[in-house]
Design a protein. Structure first.
Length: 366
């Protein structure tokens, strides 16, 4: 089957499609709970730049970019950078997913939440940011709930990033997954941006070996071309000091330790984190606990390279889904057969080469 990619440019505020550009050398990524990146090139000597409206349509921080694969939107974000090389006559574009917009939005008024579902807080932060004139990029919010009720105050003087506030909530103990997905409106065919929240996680969850909804990746004699299995103990922390708001002896502090790691024979491995905008001790304690549990035993990561056109085809699995990995080779001579979770991927459409997908998987639950 021939795979066709289209690169659509839209005005960020109106969402009106203003151009379709012939990018080459494209690579785009998605990551769990983070903004993925797009890079691509335009050879200006080979196109009519006026006809393609190149200058206006690639203006950084003004325009959105959507990636269409065989009629389905698979990526969307904001053009943040462009660089022109006169020698190569190439314009390089860098974009990041729509979550990145909320890195540029600050909480400028004090907002207090009392006994409020954490997912409702996320929606309120997004909706409040988009209620500002010229601040609405069209992200649709839903009605998901987690059952986790919390108190939270965001003070105006902190000028906290909206994105950072959401990420802090997601990283707490009893956190959640979030992303802004893109697809076509089934009636108008207009690109849509939707905030997706999931507690305790998003994605398809494997119910047991043989689950037909779980994609399977095999090596050898399967669909895995190659893989990497990096392990890095230098990032391990089992005793975490977290610093909050205040000054000198008046600073809020929290100490969290993963006792299981110590009992299992690991030495004390200390680290620290700073949250100078956190003024609530309970919030700080929850952040410390959530982070030390994640850092004490960093989840193993496997990066596999697979063809996009071989079952399971690219597009049949998404960020957050469980997948089954079956590997037998010198690294796993007795065989590796585990359920891991897809937490990222990198896609190279490959104009002159086969489409290539690199999937990052880990056994983390959130």
């Amino acid at each position: 089957m021939t795979t066709t990619y289209r690169y659509l440019i839209a005005d960020l505020l109106t969402n009106e499609i203003i151009a379709e550009l012939p990018f080459t050398g494209v690579s785009f990524t998605q990551q769990l709970n983070q903004a993925g990146t797009f890079t691509g090139h335009l050879l200006l000597s080979g196109i009519n730049t006026y006809e393609y409206n190149v200058d206006a349509s690639t203006q950084p921080s003004r325009n959105a970019l959507y990636v269409d694969r065989n009629g389905i939107l698979v990526w969307g974000g904001i053009i943040w950078q462009r660089t022109y090389s006169s020698q190569a006559q190439v314009l390089q574009i860098t974009a990041r997913e729509f979550e990145s917009y909320f890195e540029k939005r600050l909480i400028g008024e004090t907002i207090a939440f009392n006994n409020t579902d954490q997912l409702q807080i996320v929606r309120d932060l997004i909706d409040t940011a988009q209620a500002v004139p010229s601040g609405d990029i069209g992200v649709i919010t839903g009605s998901e709930t987690s059952g986790v009720l919390i108190d939270r105050v965001y003070y105006a003087y902190e000028l906290k990033q909206v994105y950072q506030a959401i990420q802090d909530l997601s990283r707490q103990d009893n956190g959640f997954d979030f992303n802004i997905s893109v697809d076509y409106d089934p009636i108008t065919n207009e690109p849509l941006k939707t905030l997706v929240l999931g507690y305790p996680r998003t994605g398809n969850i494997d119910t047991g070996v043989g689950d037909i909804d779980t994609p399977v990746f095999n090596l050898p004699a399967g669909n895995i071309v190659e893989y990497e299995y990096p392990e890095d103990g230098s990032i391990t922390v089992n005793t975490l000091y977290v610093i909050g708001a205040g000054s000198n002896e008046g600073k809020l502090t929290s100490l969290a330790q993963d006792s299981t790691s110590i009992i299992d024979g690991f030495p004390v491995l200390e680290g620290q984190a700073n949250y100078s905008d956190i003024t609530d001790q309970t919030v700080l304690d929850n952040l410390a606990l959530g982070q030390v549990l994640a850092l004490a035993t960093p989840p193993p990561i496997i990066k596999i390279v697979v063809p996009a056109y071989i079952d399971p085809e690219f597009g049949s699995y998404e960020i957050g889904d469980d997948a089954r990995l079956i590997i037998t080779d010198p690294r796993f001579p007795e065989g590796f057969d585990e359920i891991y979770r897809i937490v990222g991927f990198n896609v190279e459409p490959g104009e002159n080469n086969p489409e290539r997908v690199t999937i990052t998987l880990t056994n983390t639950t959130n």
